[in-house]
Ligand binder design. Structure first.
Ligand code: FAD
Length: 490
């Protein structure tokens, strides 16, 4: 496997592939992560994926972990008057229910990427920094890329290629894949600085729209970013704007770096072509202003793709399974795109919100529905997303989180291979015959099953099929479902 791009999506792809035992090479043209982080908030769903590969422990938990939602307020300055507050998710929609064993992670991108990279390397991924892919071709049997590090260009041959080469994605462009969406929204400048401002974060608000200055937010590690309109600034002007945003000029402020960001929104019209798969911003550019979906959705793409590629490469599944990547992930990206514009950003810089059904973050993070050949029975009557408590184990949804014992969630049963959850000897026998792992659990009602029912869960923790009750011939029913879902051919 070859991955091009060592941002969050590409590095996650290398990590998840290596964890599944797939030999993988990643090339990244830069020597390391950009010193100017972009993402900082990683959802509990991303936390679940990191937990599965043994990475979540030790990472700082997200500030929204306790269900506050992301809070943003319009202010005179950080220390000055506060005006109206906005939430990505309206407070009345914030739930007390514990949806996940994970808490999410609050870590700036320039610190998260090395964590993922080190773990991927530890698991055997061959990560080549300062190595640029120059060109590629594909044929019926694989992909050939010409790459260059310090020395002469050389060739890498791989079965498949993951293009995680960012929002401009030269690979997507070379493949002629078009995009649909709002397109260019605005261009911003930013200044990244360090200042002792923790005392202003105590009430759980982390984002500030400062009247007449710009947008101020924190990376939670002493670093802050002030987003400004797009023009040239001298260092003295930047310093003055930082002091205006804070409302004090008696603090030690260290300017770290500056940035210029073109904020666009668009979703690729195809997530794959032949043996090449788009992931992360290459597949969808989702502006951070009203969802923080970008990196998280990219990491989920990588996770969705990794088990499918592993299954095809080790001969367990037919290549038709790979077609379900586009079928499952593209609608999710389009729904995120729609939600970004349906939500209120508090300063409405990018035109009026879209008039669309709002799905809260609990629905968007844990409750999106997959409809594809790798799912049996996700009917058209089902909504594209809803909260976990509105689902009840329907095929196409993420298997529910329930504690089985202290510290062990139902989610900890999944990720390694296909699993049948049930509590009946005939299902145990059926699972044995079909060659899937059997897990006996008591919490069948969370999966919408009678005490004689069973659910077949995919290696990514999504439900592929279920039998609410015991059929006449459970072994034949399970074998048929497994054969169809694992080949991705409904
Ligand atoms: C200001 C800002 C704040 C954000 N905040 C959040 C947030 O809080 N939460 C969130 O989820 N998202 C956020 N996002 C979005 C998030 O940063 C992106 O979605 C995410 O970083 C995309 O990761 P990626 O790996 O797909 O792409 P990138 O990070 O763009 O990585 C692509 C990589 O490919 C490499 N590359 C390209 N071409 C080649 C080549 N030919 N050979 C070798 N390497 C190549 C590039 O060097 C680059 O490192 C934010 C974005 C911005 C702009």
């Amino acid at each position: 496997m070859l991955v091009v791009g060592g941002g969050l999506a590409g590095t996650s792809a290398a990590l998840f592939l290596a964890w599944r035992g797939v030999p993988v090479t990643l090339v990244e043209k830069h020597p390391g992560s950009s010193p100017h982080p972009r993402a900082v908030g990683f959802t509990a769903r991303t936390g679940e994926l990191l937990r599965a590969v043994g990475l979540e422990d030790g990472l700082p938990p997200s500030r929204v972990a306790k269900g506050f939602g992301v809070r943003r307020v319009r202010v005179e300055s950080l220390v000055g008057k506060r005006f109206e507050e906005t939430f990505w998710t309206p407070p009345e929609e914030i739930s007390e229910i514990e949806y996940s064993p994970s808490k999410g992670v609050a870590l700036a991108q320039d610190r998260m990427e090395p964590v993922l990279r080190d773990k991927a390397r530890e698991l055997g991924a061959d990560i080549r920094m300062s190595t640029r892919m120059l060109e590629f071709t594909q044929d019926d049997d694989g992909v050939t890329a010409i790459v260059q590090g310090d020395g002469e260009p050389y060739e890498i041959r791989a079965d498949y290629l993951i293009a995680a080469d960012g929002h401009r994605s030269p690979i997507r462009e070379a493949l002629g894949i078009t995009r649909t969406g709002r397109g260019h929204m605005h261009t911003s400048r930013s200044v990244l600085f360090r200042a002792p401002l923790e005392e202003y974060l105590k009430d759980g608000i982390g984002q500030f729209v400062v009247d007449g200055v710009g947008f101020l937010t924190t990376y939670g590690d002493g670093r802050w970013v002030l987003m400004l309109e797009d023009r040239e600034y001298t260092e003295a002007e930047l310093r003055q704007l930082i002091f205006r945003a804070i409302g004090r000029d008696d603090l030690d402020v260290e300017i770290i770096t500056t940035g210029r960001w073109t904020i666009t929104a668009g979703v690729a019209d195809q997530f794959s072509k032949g043996r090449i798969f788009l992931a992360g911003d290459a597949a969808h550019t989702l502006p951070p202003s009203r969802g923080g979906f970008g990196a998280n959705v990219g990491i989920e793409d990588a996770h969705n793709l990794a088990w499918k590629l592993a299954a095809v490469l080790n001969g367990e599944s037919r290549p038709s399974l790979l077609d379900t990547y586009d079928a499952e992930r593209r609608p999710v990206a389009s729904l995120c795109h729609q939600q970004i514009f349906a939500r209120n950003d508090g300063h409405n810089r990018d035109r009026e919100p879209e008039d669309a059904t709002l799905y809260d973050n609990n629905a968007m993070h844990y409750g999106v529905l997959y409809r594809s050949g790798a799912v049996l029975g996700a009917g058209p009557e089902l909504p594209p997303a809803q909260r976990p408590e509105q689902w009840n184990g329907q095929p196409g949804t993420r298997a529910p989180h329930v504690w089985i014992e202290p510290g062990k969630s139902t989610l900890d049963l999944f990720q390694r291979g296909w699993v049948l959850v049930a509590d009946h000897p005939q299902w145990e026998e059926a699972a044995h015959r079909a060659g899937v792992r059997y897990e006996r659990i008591d919490q069948l009602d969370a999966f919408g099953l009678s005490e004689k029912g069973a659910s077949l869960v995919r290696p990514d923790g999504y439900i592929a099929w279920r039998s609410v009750d015991l059929p006449d011939d459970p072994a034949t029913a399970l074998e048929a479902a497994f054969r169809t879902a694992s080949a991705g051919t409904r």
